[in-house]
Design a protein around this ligand. Structure first.
Ligand SMILES: [Zn+2]
Length: 247
């Protein structure tokens, strides 16, 4: 495979971002080259809830990473005084560098079955050791290259209201959501899919912990670049505000 972009450059860019978070290398992936694996955190003693955000699962959806990095640069953390954040902006560094969906060994980094202690999928072994155990909201940022419109997957505890549908409705004027009734055979309501729990990526493993919400954001592939970034930022912020409003 051929490198189509530089992960090293991306790591440099991330480390140099002026953001109100602490960026750390939590381990190294060992392929032909060594890839530092990053976390970006804000952990406070006083926080009552924990949000995990992951990006860069699929190397052919890089606008998802760029949107997440732009979100980091504009977020006003004073609006989220009670939230801890653990963000993993690039789960799949070799996918990023080679432009492929899976990692360079063709392992699926977005697979609940691989998300175990000492996983053979190096990315997930590192993530498993570092991820907080008390997650309330997990947001996985993706892009769907086939789509012109945004949509979300949402899994939640039964007693909680949907925050995903509310978010899609609020942002529709700026970034319209996918209006189909079904997608891949599943019911789509207000731009939100609720697939069976076994049909999920690593959030499926996270759901076994007592997590309130797992949400996957699918940013459209066919969309004006700047609008997509701004729309994505608004959607992430709306999701967090709606999450805060839930009792
Ligand atoms: Zn994806």
């Amino acid at each position: 495979m051929t490198k189509i972009r530089s992960y090293k450059k991306l790591v440099n860019d991330i480390i140099n971002l002026q953001i109100p978070f602490r960026t750390e290398i939590i381990g190294y992936l060992k392929y032909k080259e060594i890839y530092p694996f990053l976390s970006i955190k804000r952990i406070l003693q006083t926080s009552t809830k924990t949000v995990v955000i992951t990006g860069g699962q699929h190397g052919d959806e890089i606008w998802a990473i760029h949107t997440l990095l732009k979100w980091l640069q504009q977020v006003d953390l004073t609006k989220f005084p009670n939230l801890n954040f653990a963000i993993y902006p690039v789960i799949n560094p070799t996918g990023y560098e080679f432009g492929c969906r899976d990692n360079i060994k063709r392992q699926d980094t977005n697979n609940a079955a691989n998300f175990i202690k000492n996983s053979k999928v190096q990315e997930l072994a590192l993530l498993y050791e570092d991820i907080p155990t008390n997650i309330n909201l997990m947001l996985d940022v993706h892009g769907d290259s086939r789509k012109k419109f945004v949509y979300l997957y949402e899994h939640k505890s039964d007693n909680l209201e949907s925050i995903a549908q509310k978010t899609m409705l609020e942002n529709n004027a700026w970034m319209p959501y996918l209006k189909q009734k079904t997608l891949d055979g599943y019911k789509l309501k207000n731009g939100v899919l609720n697939t069976p729990k076994e049909d999920v990526g690593i959030e499926g493993a996270v759901e076994k912990l007592s997590v309130d919400y797992t949400i996957t954001l699918e940013l459209p592939g066919i969309y004006d670049g700047q609008k997509r970034v701004e729309g994505g930022i608004n959607i992430i912020n709306s999701l967090l505000y709606n999450f805060l409003e839930v009792k």
